[in-house]
Ligand binder design. Structure first.
Ligand SMILES: [Zn+2]
Length: 277
């Protein structure tokens, strides 16, 4: 008996094996009955779409994992996304209370992220300052993850990492030149510099050349319109002190700033329109 002999329209219990069914997307198709699974097969075109999507998702997950590894994003922030950023704080009686200003910062950060992903950021930086534990790094990492998903190259470093990488090239044993070290930080599509506050005050510390090279990095990125996300647990005036005037001035020229405090924040200068929908 061939399948054509079995072809019946209807649901006769004994002989059903092949029948024409309809997929709302792909139209009529021949469905087969599987006795083992006790069900009719679905639309082959839909199944192929599902399989292709699963393959694409898998490839994307692999690519994202590799890029995350290369980006230097710390392990504890690998899962930080906009979706799991909680714009709430505990109130006096220990309940979670939604904080409007955090909500608003979240929205602005998402908007900034969009600018980065769509490539129309015009080299604008995002400066996240405020006390530690207010969610600055989480927000920055969410921006990083979105950028990686959108095929951007991302590098996360602490300010100290940059100084040390540059200093390391002064050694005879270094396998990198100073220029190559600078290139590592100047070339990614998005550079995230954390812990600016941990930089030693240049006035009391002999790091003039390294600071000059930080300026070179910032300036190269400025010239190539590549954005920087800067994170610091200090007031803005101290960022200026730690980074030195020329670097700060360069950064500030094209920056958006979000100040994280427990209950309030303010945007002091805004280079991109972060309010747009
Ligand atoms: Zn279909």
């Amino acid at each position: 008996m061939t399948s054509t002999n079995l072809k019946l329209i209807g649901e006769d219990l004994e002989d059903r094996a092949v029948k024409t069914r309809n997929c709302p997307t792909h139209g009529d198709y021949e469905a087969m009955f599987s006795v083992a699974e006790n069900r009719w097969s679905g639309c082959q075109a839909c199944l192929k779409l599902e399989r292709d999507k699963a393959e694409r998702d898998e490839a994307m997950a692999r690519r994202v994992a590799i890029q995350q590894e290369r980006s230097g994003i710390p392990e504890k922030y690998r899962a930080a996304t906009f979706a799991n950023f909680s714009p709430t704080r505990k109130n006096k009686v220990g309940e979670d209370e939604r904080i409007e200003s955090l909500d608003s910062k979240l929205k602005k950060a998402k908007r900034y992220s969009q600018y980065v992903n769509e490539g129309n950021h015009r080299g604008s930086n995002l400066i996240l300052v405020g006390l530690s534990g207010t969610g600055k790094t989480h927000i920055a990492m969410a921006i990083a993850h979105e950028a990686i998903k959108n095929r951007k190259t991302v590098k996360y470093v602490t300010a100290e990492d940059i100084m040390l990488s540059i200093r390391a090239t002064y050694s005879n044993k270094s396998n990198k030149t100073e220029l190559e070290a600078i290139h590592d930080f100047a070339s990614p599509d998005l550079l995230i510099i954390d812990e600016i506050d941990k930089l030693k005050n240049p006035e009391t510390h002999d790091a003039n050349n390294e600071l000059k090279q930080v300026f070179t990095i910032v300036n190269k990125r400025y010239s190539n319109e590549k954005p920087i996300v800067l994170i610091g647990n200090v007031p803005t005036e101290q960022l200026r002190n730690r980074l030195g005037e020329p670097t700060w001035e360069r950064l500030k020229e094209r920056s958006n700033k979000l100040v994280f405090t427990e209950s309030s924040y303010r945007v002091q200068f805004e280079n991109l329109d972060l309010e747009a929908q």
